[in-house]
Design a protein. Structure first.
Length: 255
């Protein structure tokens, strides 16, 4: 079940903890994709806070917000780039998105098996998607004071298995949000230090969020019928009377 857009906006823009998390996730994504000049960058879920750094150089930026969550105008004080969409019907041309960020969209979806094909459809060949989800073993998934305490948390193995099942190839993974999920000033002030320290340990154990990058698989995957096709006698002999194939132009025949 999707969170309400008003609650998400209040967390990321009106609390110290939310603004700290926003900065950490922005830096992680920018390190993942340092150059997006001329590219189309799209976010789904509540990705608006994480999309802001890409406004400077990307060719096009768009924030898609699911109807179950609600929508808000974004960015503030500029032409609106935010659109309300149905979960499995995005008003985007197939194969037109170069970079896609999914945050607070996968773990809160009631139909991830239908959402992922839509993500695959809009992603360009060679395009990349970054899934940001609550870490199943992290502290953030165990407390509901942040959006990461809602929905279904994932382990890295579960997330990569889900991606492979829907024709995505996992490429890189990382983690973020090592500071405790608390609004206490001390922990927020030390969050930058804790982020740097946390990367030295096993991120999948203590991090609050997992970040997994994947690319779109474009080769055909034939459907499985459960039957083994066995050629008949005539099929085996088929082609024996055809001319011998010639080498392709520009290639020598092997001696």
């Amino acid at each position: 079940m999707y969170l309400d857009v008003l609650d998400l906006r209040a967390f990321y823009y009106r609390t110290r903890l939310g603004r700290s998390a926003q900065r950490v996730l922005q830096e992680a994504l920018r390190a993942l994709w340092p150059d997006t000049r001329g590219l189309t960058v799209v976010g789904y879920g509540f990705a608006a806070p994480m999309l802001r750094p890409f406004l400077a150089d990307a060719g096009r930026v768009l924030s898609l917000m699911p109807s179950g969550q609600g929508v808000m105008a974004w960015p503030i004080g500029a032409p609106n780039l935010s659109v309300l969409v149905e979960e499995t019907r995005w008003p985007i041309e197939a194969g037109s998105v170069d970079r896609l960020i999914v945050i607070h969209g996968l773990e809160t979806s009631d139909r991830p098996g239908a959402l992922l094909p839509e993500i695959w459809r809009v992603l360009a060949p060679g395009g990349r998607v970054a899934f940001i989800v609550p870490n199943r073993s992290g502290l953030w998934a165990r407390r509901d004071v942040t959006p990461f305490g809602h929905g279904r948390p994932y382990s890295l193995g579960q997330l990569e298995g889900l991606m492979r099942a829907h024709r995505f190839e996992p490429e890189r993974h990382g983690a973020a949000l090592y500071a405790p999920p608390t609004h206490r000033r001390f922990w927020i002030q030390t969050s930058y230090f804790l982020e740097r320290l946390g990367r030295r340990f096993e991120p999948r154990v203590i991090a609050g969020a997992l970040i997994a990058e994947a690319t779109k698989q474009i080769y055909a995957r034939p459907p499985s019928t459960g039957k083994l096709a066995v050629p008949g006698p005539l099929d085996v002999l088929e082609g024996l009377t055809l001319p011998f194939p010639e080498p392709a132009r520009g290639h020598r025949e092997a001696s």
